[in-house]
Ligand binder design. Sequence first.
Ligand code: MG
Ligand code: ZN
Length: 224
Amino acid sequence: MRGPIVEFSPGNFPSGVTSNGAIAYIDRDGVLNIGSSSYINRPEELRILDNAPKVIGDLKRLGFHICIVTNQSPIMRGLWDENQLYLIHQKLRELFLQQDQDAHFDMIITCPHRHRDNCSCRKPNPGMLQLADNMLRSENPITTNSKQEIIEIGSEFKTINWWKEKIQPKHELDLLVGDRNSDMGAGWAVGARLFKVPESIGISFVSSRVIDEKNKGDDFSPIR
Ligand SMILES: [Mg+2]
Ligand SMILES: [Zn+2]
């Protein structure tokens, strides 16, 4: 299967707020909702972590684009398909907006692949983040008109050289929140400020740090 799978719904900033130009890249399981070693397979299995909607709302009120980036290998394992993924994500959006009316996701991007598929979107590869940057901020963006689309990412989204220095981000406030080193690696590869959270607590663990423009995030090296 090609990929990643893109659900594109940009905008919906709170009234009086405009984009600050930055993207908050947010992992899903263990950051927004409680994860599971056997995956989240149905909308009914979603359990939102405490205060996660408020943190997303706070970022949106500051003008961040919110882009969820999630590895979901059960798709390529054949457990379920992208239609099921869409239902899970519609429920996730609904639960977030119920708790905070500003907690809107501009994009949800999913890598459906397994490690052995050797794609450029599975984190720690930065393909999903680079695609979000392209679609939200480039002068010549890849476009989509459907609620969910499988987009092929090509040679412009090459795998990164993990041994070089961390690059400068496209926007100095770009940030990534995740619960695993694979998340940190993907964020590192696009130069984002990095915030690692315990999977049992999720994004509220860094609720004050992510809205502090002076906070440089966590130290991280992908080769340690
Ligand atoms: Mg996670
Ligand atoms: Zn992938």
